[in-house]
Design a protein around this ligand. Structure first.
Ligand SMILES: *Cc1c(COP(=O)(O)O)cnc(C)c1O
Length: 342
């Protein structure tokens, strides 16, 4: 390490810490510039930017992991790049070439190397690539210019005292995404719309709410801002299949781990909220926690408990340990999943 970032890695939460460098590239007159690292963590833009008024923006979240041997790796950044471009295209923003996206991530990690937490702390360097419409504009239309930025912040281990299940409630009051809306892309508008539903669930004593499909209100879609999976009584890994779910890279990685490492049957299909007893275990998955075990789900005033409200189920634990091991370089990864930052 070049210098000591002087951070208490063990007590780090999920919050913003200013690091030394971020990557910035500008799209103007139909093309991207070469991009550069900047020490300035403030952005300047037109007061009339589409990102500020019409939500023309998208983002990604991925992590850099310190391995036991001190080297640093990224986990499937190519998948983040591809998803980023699907989000960009959906909002009529220019795509960022996959190579440029990955190179930007690597540059930011390299330049902030001393902020990558030590192996064994569970802490990581979280990367936040984002794309915003900027430039002078008033009417509802795509922006004339765009900023692509990748910044990073060290974040603590998600589970400080070991993995513990949490309870969620089904919300029938709020929808997250409409069938042909923007639920399948990672755009800020989806998050803005979820703030109130989240606050409502927390006030009622739950970790977050679970959204049903907007059309029929019968099928599970997302668990807050994470994907759902369940393990059936006969050991199948089930995850919902819907065009309005954000395709989680953690979820697709877990599907692979379930099949290839644990030998489970894997299916993407409808998950009916009134048939939860088909599952012996359930969890929420995403980059932040890998897996949050679901203790119970409240629906129409009744709490349905899966494995336990206090203990993690054995299949969930194995899935978690395997993927976590892959991400930190302790378990052999499938080909192409790991990008070393040199
Ligand atoms: C980012 C996100 C996820 C998780 O995706 P990962 O690629 O696994 O981090 C799940 N649901 C929503 C709504 C998201 O925005």
């Amino acid at each position: 390490m070049q210098k000591d970032a002087n951070i208490d890695w063990k007590n780090l939460g999920f919050g913003y810490t200013k690091t030394d460098f971020r990557y910035i590239s500008i799209w103007k007159d139909g093309k991207w510039d070469d991009g550069k690292l900047s020490e300035d963590n403030m952005l300047t833009m037109s007061e009339s930017s589409t990102a500020l008024h019409y939500g023309q923006q998208c983002f990604e979240g991925l992590k850099a992991y310190r391995r036991k041997d001190g080297t640093i790796q990224l986990f499937r950044p190519d998948e983040n790049a591809k998803r980023f471009n699907r989000s960009a295209s959906r909002l009529l923003m220019p795509e960022v070439p996959v190579e440029k996206f990955i190179d930007a991530c690597k540059q930011v990690v390299k330049a902030n190397e001393h902020f990558v937490p030590p192996y064994g702390t569970g802490a990581t360097l979280y990367l936040r690539p984002f794309l915003i419409g900027v430039g002078h504009n008033l009417g509802v239309k795509p922006a004339p210019e765009y900023i692509f930025c990748v910044f990073c912040s060290p974040v603590g281990a998600y589970f400080k005292g070991g993995m513990t299940p949490v309870n969620f409630m089904i919300t029938e009051e709020y929808d997250r995404a409409a069938p042909h809306g923007t639920g399948d892309v990672k755009v800020g508008g989806n998050y803005a719309a979820s703030l109130l539903a989240h606050e409502d669930a927390v006030k009622k004593g739950f970790a977050d709410c679970i959204y049903l499909d907007a059309k029929t209100q019968t099928k599970i879609e997302e668990v807050g801002a994470a994907n759902f999976f369940g393990i059936t009584q006969n050991n199948e890994f089930i995850t919902p299949n819907s065009p309005s779910i954000l395709p989680s890279i953690t979820r697709y990685s877990l599907m692979h781990v379930a099949k290839e490492y644990l030998g489970l049957e894997v299916k993407e299909r409808d998950v009916y909220v009134d048939k939860l007893d088909e599952f012996k275990e359930a969890g929420a998955c995403g980059t932040a926690a890998v897996i949050t075990p679901i203790g119970g789900i409240e629906y129409k005033g009744k709490l349905h408990v899966f494995h336990s409200e206090t203990e993690v189920g054995p299949v969930t634990k194995k899935l978690y340990d395997t993927l976590y091991g892959i991400q930190f370089g302790d378990v052999d990864a499938p080909e192409g999943w790991i990008y070393e930052v040199k």
